[in-house]
Design a protein around this ligand. Sequence first.
Ligand SMILES: [Fe+2]
Length: 315
Amino acid sequence: MNISENLSPWSFVHVSDIHVGSPRSYRFQPAWNENWQTARRQIRALVPDLVLVGGDLTRAGATHVEELTGIRDDLAAMGPECLIIPGNHEVGNKWSPDSSVAISSAYLRRYASVFGSSEWSVVRGAGINRVRFTGIDAFKLGSGLPEEAELRSWLDAQSTDDSCSNHVWIIHPALFADRFDETDFDRYVDRVPWYFGLNKVDRDYLWSVMRRTGVTHVISGHIHCRRHLVVDGVEIHLAPATAFPQWGDRWSDGDDRLGFLHFAVAEGKLTSRFVPLETISALPGYGPGGNPPVAGRDYSVAQQQPALVPAPDES
Ligand SMILES: [Fe+2]
């Protein structure tokens, strides 16, 4: 079906933080791969017209291009059109001067060589059910990389589209950790909330672009805990993960169950519902969590040989 010609109700899925890995890696959680296959089956059964993939597609795609190509091909074979943005596991963490795995031009180029641009703005649906979708790699903001300047130029060129009933923005980091007007967390004292959200100066800039372009919904990943808020009439969705939960005890209105979001588009409105995974895998895995530096990773523990070889971080 060509949804651009479809005036009738339609639907899309947002799925994020699927973290598919490889047994050839220095770390591997087959449960997360199995959870993705469960989510994939459930998504296919819903027959959505579109799937938004909100980043962290891989366990360590930033250094293993095979993980990038593997999930790219898997998503392409799933069926519905997929619109994809990267997460920090593809292009590096929120920029920090003390992080050896922070966002870098080398990671960004590697991602782009597999997926193309991480920025896109498209329209799907028709009539009153026309929806604009804009996806960006928000971690470029505040990085100081040449790609940040390019992103800002791209964002500054975006304009209002009055022909769309809704404008959905997709980013990987959250706009904020706890609340929209929060000041910046200290990256050494409160590293996790600092790591999960954008710095205020970048949030304020991005929010001004979003508002100027008629934003109605912002969907972010990264935290792995579902939450729904409304800021100045804009729906803010913190998306669930399919791989593993985090921050389930942070908020009274947070829900860290694994699953994805299914949106119905009808009569000019979006209605969302949470779809929990039908089964949660308990397969054992191996290797360190977190964001270990590239140097010192032990590939001798890989379950399958040959082990993946980290790509050189040419600059
Ligand atoms: Fe993640």
